[in-house]
Design a protein around this ligand. Structure first.
Ligand code: G3P
Length: 217
């Protein structure tokens, strides 16, 4: 499963990229706002740090203006992936852009039928929001299971990008179901490294090493 970081914070992206686990980045207008950075500038900077897709979201609601915004955004770098909402205009834009060879991430997906529409529109990625689904009394992972089944039934190439990931169980379940990608905030990705027995093991080994009185360097 590919790992994307759901953030526009440069320091976090650099740190995660250095571990070799980062396959891409997703941003949205809220994350750009949180970063306090200029949208174009920060997107360009992120595209220079990771080789994989970097999602940059349009804010227009109509197809014609979405296309104009996408035109500006896709000039930022070759690895920009245009993010569009799951609406009729969003999917028209998706169809047009992917037809021209531009990557598209269809976002704000909350049903398997919506995911089916995104795949038929040729989406590169579809982003079902599992955390927000859970928040509203549904099972986000059931949604991922249904989308996986439908995409496999019809051999759609669209990648399932599990979004709104809140904790390690979401990551584990997404991997077990066979989602193609998950995107999570850096704090959630960092937590995946942690295990109490790892910490305890290091502590024990170091205590014994000190007793040897030796040093490696
Ligand atoms: O990738 C979508 C994500 O940014 C939404 O996450 O936590 O705001 O539901 P959240």
């Amino acid at each position: 499963m590919k790992f994307f970081a759901d953030t526009a914070e440069i320091d976090d992206i650099k740190e995660l990229a250095a571990t070799g686990l980062l396959d891409g980045v997703t941003t949205n207008p809220s994350l750009i706002h949180k970063s306090g950075r200029d949208f174009m500038e920060v997107t360009k900077e992120i595209c220079g740090i990771v080789d994989g897709p970097v999602s940059a979201e349009v804010v227009a609601l109509d197809h014609a203006t979405m296309m104009k915004e996408a035109e500006v955004l896709r000039k930022i770098a070759d690895n920009v992936c245009i993010k569009v909402p799951l609406t009729i205009d969003g999917l028209k834009t998706c169809k047009a852009l992917t037809g021209e060879g531009t990557m598209v991430n269809v976002t704000l997906c909350f049903s398997a039928n919506q995911a089916l529409l995104a795949a038929k529109a040729g989406a590169t990625f579809v982003s079902p929001f599992v955390g927000r689904h859970d928040d509203n009394g549904f099972d986000g992972m059931d949604l991922i299971r249904d989308i996986r089944l439908i995409y496999d039934n019809y051999l759609f190439d669209t990648e399932i990008l599990v979004a709104s990931v809140r904790h390690g169980m979401h990551v584990l379940e997404a991997a077990k179901i066979g989602a193609d990608v998950m995107t999570a905030p850096p704090v959630v990705i960092r937590a995946l490294f942690k295990h109490v027995l790892t910490d305890k093991g290091i502590e024990g080994f170091l205590a014994d090493w000190v007793k040897t009185g030796q040093s490696i360097v």
